[in-house]
Design a protein around this ligand. Structure first.
Ligand SMILES: [Zn+2]
Length: 572
């Protein structure tokens, strides 16, 4: 037996006998704690996979540069589901499951039991602890938020366990589990069923939670809100970090496709105005200020709850939302996006420096990813010679097609319940009519839909259930998104580069949510505890993240976990 095979044999024996080989692994130096003291899961909303390195030459120290140079960077990572929206991606990262299993098939869906379009994490049983903090329909810029019919929020609609749930289960509930985000769905998703989630109420200008998590606020959050950090931005503006001529998009600040919301405008400096302005807090969230405020709260959670202060691994989820709002308003190829990424880099450096001081980065396993990528603004694409368009189904003449279909199937009443992106829902009357061949009806509607120039594919749900759709990457992504109780009858895919930009009167520069590569493409970067720098270009998926965390920490897999373990993270 030569030396190599002896080593292999020894390792096999150790594996078979269950003795940990981590002490032998070069990735786990001996001066480290036996396990990370903290798992820090960062989700940057709409942080497409190319964006972390796009301005790499101008990054500072300790933020993105730390992750890219000291971490394992998977630069060919994708979501494996079709509906690349915020709750779908967040819960996929948290659970390692596809939406088919975890149930979050979209930011909204039509609930056949209530007959209402429902917002993903709404739950009338668990009201906000702060009165008057509910979504203000007059000023809310996120149309999906307005679908909620109560102010209640909870993770009860998430059907599988998160990594953080498994950590709680492993430790008899002793692991401290928290998450913070500007967005309610960014926080609730990552805290899972066992953690505590805090998110930002724009009407209240405060971080809030619901009585799913607490009967009364802990004193430290009362104190944090009393500091009125958001209000400290009054009469200031989002200013460029550097001289404008150092920016790639320095000569492209004012573009006609950018969204100009009130006095915030579409050129620098973007004025925040004062808290008396009903859009003041909204302006903060469409700027790097939103992420700085989120970071301040994350640091407060670490300090006040003692995260990482004992040998039991704790969990902190931080979801940064500014990238998303800025992507929607200005597009990812804009001066605003460029400056925001340079400022996000500083914000991450601030968070990592704090974690290093309090817990030690060597004791913290960091994973950063994104809930989805994002498209370019069609105006930008056309300006460089790439075809793209906005889609306006409201203006389509669908009446002749509807009449043809109803006539063919003998349908007299209403046939279409509605379209909640990305699904077309048929009425219950049609679905429950035993005289109608539902599979044939869905197929006929799909055929009529693809006759519209903006539609690439229309996938009938009955065909997915019966396995009669062609097996390709796109239909697999649609299948991964299909949950029988929540998905609609036909999944509609628009052409690459085309999307609906205007659901609610506000025309946005760019809207994600497609199965195309710009929307599925995200970074996955692990850093900190035991991580040796590496760049990995193998295709990996966001469902791999939670299972990798579970394996690294030694919990059982989350209940719906569908991914693979990223072996590089384990030093293998
Ligand atoms: Zn998002």
């Amino acid at each position: 037996m030569n030396k190599q095979s002896m080593l292999q044999r020894t390792l096999q024996v150790l594996l078979i006998t269950g003795i940990s080989i981590s002490a032998f692994s070069p990735a786990y130096a001996e001066d480290k704690a036996e396990k990370p003291k903290l798992v820090l899961q960062i989700t940057v909303d709409q942080f497409r996979g190319d964006l972390p390195t796009r301005y790499a030459d101008r990054l500072g120290e300790g933020g993105l540069r730390y992750l890219l140079e000291e971490g394992i960077h998977y630069n060919n990572a994708h979501h494996a589901h079709a509906n690349t929206e915020t709750i779908v991606g967040h819960v996929t990262l948290a659970t390692g499951a596809h939406p088919a299993a975890h149930g979050m098939i979209g930011n909204i869906w039509f609930d056949r039991t209530t007959g209402l379009t429902t917002y993903n994490i709404e739950d009338p049983d668990y009201s906000l602890l702060t009165k008057g903090a509910d979504v203000d329909a007059d000023t809310e810029i996120d149309p999906t938020q307005k679908a909620a019919s109560s102010d209640g929020r909870s993770p009860m609609t998430i059907l599988t366990t998160t990594f953080s749930d498994e950590l709680a289960s492993l430790t008899g509930g002793k692991a401290k589990i928290f998450s913070v985000s500007i967005k309610d769905r960014g926080a609730v998703s990552m805290a899972g069923h066992t953690g505590k989630a805090f998110w930002f109420s724009k009407p209240a200008n405060e971080f809030v939670t619901s009585n799913y998590y607490y009967d009364d606020y802990p004193q430290w959050i009362v104190d944090w809100n009393a500091r009125k950090l958001p209000e400290s931005y009054a009469n200031t503006a989002w200013e460029l970090l550097h001289p404008i001529d150092t920016y790639l998009f320095g000569d492209r600040d004012d573009q006609e496709w950018e969204t100009a919301l009130g006095s915030f405008g579409r050129t620098f400096p973007h004025e925040f105005t004062t808290p008396e302005n009903p859009y003041f807090s909204t302006y903060l969230t469409i700027s790097p200020a939103g992420d700085r405020i989120t970071t301040d709260l994350a640091k407060t959670v670490i300090a006040e709850e003692g995260l990482g202060d004992d040998e039991i691994t704790d969990y902190l989820g931080v979801s940064y939302s500014a990238t998303d709002y800025i992507g929607h308003f200005f597009g990812p190829s804009s001066l605003e996006s460029e400056d925001n990424i340079l400022q996000l880099d500083r914000t991450l450096a601030d968070l990592f420096a704090y974690v290093d001081k309090e817990i030690g980065l060597e004791n913290t396993l960091i994973v950063l990813s994104a809930d989805h990528g994002g498209p370019e603004a069609p105006g930008y694409l056309k300006s460089i010679g790439i075809p793209a368009e906005y889609v306006s189904p409201d203006e389509w003449d669908t009446a002749p097609a509807v009449a043809r279909i109803k006539n063919k199937f003998g349908i007299e009443g209403q046939m279409i319940e509605g379209y909640d992106h990305p699904y077309l829902y048929l009425t219950s009357d049609v679905i429950n009519d035993s005289d109608i061949d539902l599979a044939a009806l869905e197929t006929t509607i799909a055929e009529e839909l693809v006759a519209f120039p903006a539609v690439s594919y229309a996938v009938p749900s009955t065909s997915l259930e019966r396995g009669t759709v062609p097996d390709n990457g796109l239909t697999r992504a649609v299948l991964n998104n299909y949950n029988a109780a929540r998905s609609g009858n036909i999944y509609v895919v628009f052409n690459p580069g085309w999307f609906i930009s205007n659901y609610d009167g506000l025309a946005l520069a760019a809207v994600h949510g497609s199965p195309w590569r710009y929307d599925t493409y995200v970074p996955i970067i692990f850093a900190g505890y035991g991580i040796k720098p590496q760049k990995v270009s193998r295709r990996v998926h966001t469902v791999d993240v939670a299972l990798t965390l579970a394996t690294a920490i030694g919990t059982k897999p989350p209940s719906g976990a569908a991914g693979e373990v990223l072996l590089e993270v384990l030093g293998q």
